[in-house]
Design a protein around this ligand. Structure first.
Ligand code: AHM
Ligand code: MG
Length: 340
């Protein structure tokens, strides 16, 4: 009998146990973050289940469609937003919520208010929802300065002020990747247990990768450094092999692959969208936080992404993130352009 295999199966590091372990490193902690996380995790499980059932349950379709019982159907992204807003407010640990789905920030009722601000994209990858391609949830967590005087400025903080960030990938498996500021850990949902189990401890991104990931259909509108960088991926001048191109069009899936395999993900500025497409608070910052925590880099074309100070909750920014050496190359091209 293989006792070591037995031991592995009976000593599972669940995400709650992991967060509790992290909490024990901070003697002043009162367990609020653990409670917040367990509500966030519940939201991810709910959305995972809804995504998996979408085809069967006819959840897919326009908001406002009706099902056979004559009940109004909610589109998955609308449903996901409701799930997270309810899970987070009812945790009693949040103060301000910023969701991609809601134009305005939500200020939690004072009777339910806690110390944390959560910025999130409840279901990212909208163009992939209806065709069964991987999609995900992205989140970042800040601490409010004074919960009795919460203001938008509590969430208009640079990404370097985030306490934690992560994403949940609804793909061939459901994976939650989390950083609380001391490395990055990946948890896979075991559907038989209904628990996220630590499967990818201390993720480190390879220093250099062989993959670039970009919507190349926008190439005619790119600036010089981006064009040169992608040209170099395809026709390297130093005799190295060309990089492979992989692009899902779901940020969570593209960033997840970049984190595990290395390489670079870019959503640059272009003539038509001078600020790029991706949103600073709940797309660029959380993913940049994870990349740095895994040993990679994230750059906006002008500065370290996490140092950007947002002025609007739905602000956008160009982003280049991934393996340290690959991001270093695009940075050098922007520096060269600025000097020219
Ligand atoms: P969304 O928030 O409307 O889903 O848009 C964000 C998504 C990202 O997941 C992805 O990286 C990007 O848009 C893809 O954009 P494009 O279709 O322009 O390549
Ligand atoms: Mg999005």
């Amino acid at each position: 009998m293989d006792h070591s295999a037995d031991a592995q199966r009976t000593d599972l590091m669940t995400i709650t146990r992991h967060v509790l372990n992290e909490q024990s490193k901070h003697p002043e902690a009162r367990g609020d973050f653990t409670i917040l996380m367990s509500n966030l995790v519940l939201g991810c499980k709910f959305v995972c289940s809804a995504v998996n059932k979408a085809g069967l349950a006819k959840l897919i379709g326009l908001a406002g469609d009706t099902n056979v019982q004559g009940e109004e159907q909610k589109k998955l992204d609308v449903l996901s937003n409701e799930v997270f807003v309810k899970a987070l407010t009812s945790s009693g640990r949040t103060c301000i919520l910023v969701s991609e789905e809601d134009e305005e920030a939500t200020f939690v009722d004072p009777s339910l208010r806690g110390r944390y601000c959560v910025v999130f994209d409840p279901l990212d990858g909208s163009s992939n929802i209806d065709c069964g391609v991987s999609i995900g949830t992205i989140f970042g967590i800040y601490m409010v300065r004074d919960k009795n005087e919460a203001s938008l400025y509590d969430v208009l903080q640079p990404g370097n002020q985030m306490l934690a960030a992560g994403y949940c990938l609804y793909g061939s498996s459901c994976m939650l990747v989390l950083s609380t500021g001391s490395g990055v850990n990946g948890f896979t949902l075991d559907p038989s247990l209904g628990e996220f189990i630590l499967t990818h401890p201390d993720i480190k991104i390879p220093k250099k990768g062989k993959i670039y990931s970009v919507n190349e259909g926008n190439a005619q509108n790119w600036d010089e450094p981006t064009s040169k960088y992608v040209e170099n991926c395809k026709y390297p001048k130093d005799g190295s092999s060309p990089k492979s191109l992989r692009y899902v069009g779901s940020m969570v899936a593209d960033v997840h692959r970049t984190l595990l395999y290395g390489g670079i993900f870019l959503y640059p500025a272009d003539n038509k969208s001078p600020d790029g497409k991706l949103r600073v608070l709940y797309e660029v910052f959380p993913m940049s936080f994870l990349m740095e925590q895994a040993g990679g880099q994230a750059f906006t074309g002008k500065q370290r992404a996490l140092d950007l100070v947002p002025t609007k909750i739905h602000q956008r920014s160009p982003i280049f993130l991934g393996s340290y050496d690959d991001v270093e190359e695009i940075k050098a091209l922007y520096v060269k352009e600025a000097k020219a």
